[in-house]
Ligand binder design. Structure first.
Ligand SMILES: *[C@@H]1O[C@H](CO)[C@@H](O)[C@H](O)[C@H]1NC(C)=O
Ligand SMILES: *[C@@H]1O[C@H](CO)[C@@H](O)[C@H](O)[C@H]1NC(C)=O
Ligand SMILES: *[C@@H]1O[C@H](CO)[C@@H](O)[C@H](O)[C@H]1NC(C)=O
Ligand SMILES: *[C@@H]1O[C@H](CO)[C@@H](O)[C@H](O)[C@H]1NC(C)=O
Length: 426
């Protein structure tokens, strides 16, 4: 079920199809860009006062294509954080982890199914601390526990195969397309300075992949590692080594899915943009990499008291375009078939901020990001999170949608409409 939507062939077909039109993707994204333009037009005036009354003029240029997104551009994440993950004295994760989310919840089920398909990326900081249980009924799986001397502040945790079964049945029933983030630090030593020793040991990933294939569970993509690129968060891996690890993952996928006509995507590095690192990584991975994923937290830390000012400041938001533009240039100039995704974007790091990143005002950041990323040819955009932290599309405790969820389900963005003719800046 892995789709070939990012393959060169279907891409060029599609480009041909929309030759006359520009396109960012869905009709809804036109609306996004229109909104962004209206907002841009109001620069330097009190935005809150003007949004209600302002009039905008939109000129649609139907002759140029500025980007092309996947049909299922919208993606959201699930994370591994346990209930005792707290930031600045607030514990915002509840039971929203991949390990303990209530998969029987009807609101959750319907919220995902409404997209049919919603891309779901499973990952986050603790992904590089997760071991995969190797046989059902083996020794019990250990839980993540806070510790002073473990990487990222936690002991290793473990994914029980019974939970993996439940998750996959849930994903099948909700028609989600799953991107699973693999542990890149498995059986690998991390030096005190954060540097990592030796190549990726794929043996535990192979266990999980084999089990998954044997069970007939569909995985849309396998992603290697989380935030270990560039200077890394907690640990870092050089671009050369990461490229060679990605080639190993590619070979593993080829081997495990040997009899599959369409194989899962290979993604990486799921980290913050760093021009030199990303460019070396793309060149050296020898087209083993189908999707290069970057993370976006351009508003700063969730503890910041001035988040709302940033969210409502168009020039601040525009400043977030650099990594999109620079990555697009790297992909263009390297002649690779690799495409760009945003693999995780929560705006404000350390779990967002209550009353901000889970309220209506955050849509100004989110919709601006969706439009901007699309205009630099980003194919898929994964919002941190579907549920969990202060930036969920759904409320962590009640599962009831937060305002950003309705960005797509109130007719503002209509994901079933594909062809779209857009847009020129005023
Ligand atoms: C979810 O439903 C299944 C099947 O009805 C049941 O076995 C399981 O105990 C339920 N889990 C929770 C957490 O309610
Ligand atoms: C990878 O880890 C497994 C499990 O500990 C070990 O048996 C194997 O020898 C390791 N492989 C390499 C190449 O180090
Ligand atoms: C990448 O491709 C080049 C040219 O085909 C080849 O020389 C090189 O050995 C490849 N690198 C790896 C790590 O496979
Ligand atoms: C979305 O667009 C499709 C195709 O044009 C249309 O059939 C559908 O009614 C629209 N949905 C909404 C919610 O507007």
């Amino acid at each position: 079920m892995a789709s070939n939507e990012t393959s060169g062939e279907s891409r060029s077909k599609r480009y041909a199809k929309v030759k006359i039109g520009l396109l960012v993707g869905t009709a809804g994204l036109c609306v996004v860009v229109v909104m962004v333009i209206v907002i841009l037009g109001l620069k330097k005036r009190s935005l809150l006062e003007k949004v209600g009354f302002g009039e905008g003029m939109v000129h649609v240029d139907g002759t140029t294509s500025i980007g092309l997104i996947d049909d299922d551009y919208i993606c959201a994440t699930l994370d591994w954080w346990p209930p005792h993950k707290c930031d600045y004295g607030t514990c915002s994760w509840g039971s929203s982890s991949i390990l303990n989310l209530d998969l029987n919840n009807t609101i959750l089920f319907n919220a995902i199914k409404a997209f049919s398909p919603l891309k779901l990326r499973l990952g986050g900081t603790l992904q590089d601390r997760v071991m995969y249980q190797r046989h059902v009924d083996q020794e019990p799986c250990s839980q993540f526990t806070l510790t002073n001397n473990g990487l990222f502040g936690y002991t290793q945790g473990c994914l029980p195969l019974t939970r993996w079964d439940e998750l996959n049945i849930f994903f099948q029933n909700t028609r989600a397309k799953v991107i699973f983030g693999l542990n890149a630090l498995s059986h690998r030593e991390v030096n005190a300075d954060g540097s990592v020793v030796g190549p990726w040991n794929s043996s535990n990933a192979e266990d999980l992949m084999k089990y998954t294939v044997d069970k007939g569970y569909m995985i849309h993509g396998w992603e290697l590692g989380n935030e270990l690129s560039g200077s890394g968060i907690g640990a870092r891996i050089g671009a050369d080594q990461y490229a060679s690890d990605t080639i190993s993952l590619h070979n593993l996928v080829q081997k495990m899915y040997k009899n599959f006509e369409v194989k899962p995507l290979v993604l990486g590095p799921g980290g913050f943009f760093d021009a030199n690192w990303f460019s070396q990584f793309v060149i050296k991975s020898n087209d083993s990499l189908q999707v290069i994923t970057q993370h976006i937290y351009n508003l700063g830390a969730g503890v910041d008291n001035h988040l709302i000012e940033k969210i409502l400041d168009p020039s601040y938001l525009d400043g977030g375009s650099h990594p999109f533009r620079d990555l697009q240039n790297i992909l263009r100039t390297s002649g690779t078939s690799t495409v760009a995704w945003v693999g995780e974007a929560g705006g404000a790091y350390n779990s967002g901020r209550n009353q901000v990143t889970n309220t209506f005002v955050f849509s100004f950041w989110y919709l601006d990001q969706l439009g901007m990323a699309a205009s630099y040819d980003t194919k898929t955009y994964c919002r941190q999170t579907l549920i969990g932290g202060n930036y969920g599309l759904l409320n962590t405790d009640s599962y009831i949608p937060n305002p950003d969820y309705y960005s797509f389900n109130n007719g503002l963005i209509n994901l079933t409409e594909w062809d779209c003719y857009l847009v020129d800046e005023p």
